[in-house]
Design a protein around this ligand. Structure first.
Ligand SMILES: [Cu+2]
Length: 107
């Protein structure tokens, strides 16, 4: 009986902990405000779904400023910007490819 009660208590506690865990996990995500990278679009290749950006240093990938080709996560991005535009963008490595996940014109 006592053992059974303890097991029930353990289940209740694990349920009660769940929302707290969710809160704890969401906090680091909030602290990581998207740090956009500065760059300038030098070329759009809509057919390949790629764009070339002359970018500033990218800390998270330990990169200095350079010009490189990126995959666009969303083809709409390739219409939203054009060669010569100063932009701010975010980058992720998706399936081994540097992929622009967000891009906006710099003001
Ligand atoms: Cu680079």
């Amino acid at each position: 009986m006592t053992r059974r009660m303890m097991m029930i208590a353990a289940v209740i506690f694990s349920i009660a902990d769940a929302p707290m865990l969710a809160i704890a996990q969401s906090q680091p995500a909030q602290a990581q405000a998207p740090q956009l990278i500065n760059g300038e679009v030098t070329k759009i290749d809509a057919e390949a779904g790629k764009l070339t950006i002359k970018h500033g240093p990218i800390k998270k990938f330990d990169m200095d400023g350079m010009t490189m080709v990126f995959r666009a996560q969303d083809p709409a991005m390739l219409k939203a910007v054009k060669a010569g535009d100063k932009v701010r963008f975010d980058l992720e490595k998706i399936q081994g490819q540097f992929t622009v996940t967000k891009i906006e014109k710099a003001k």
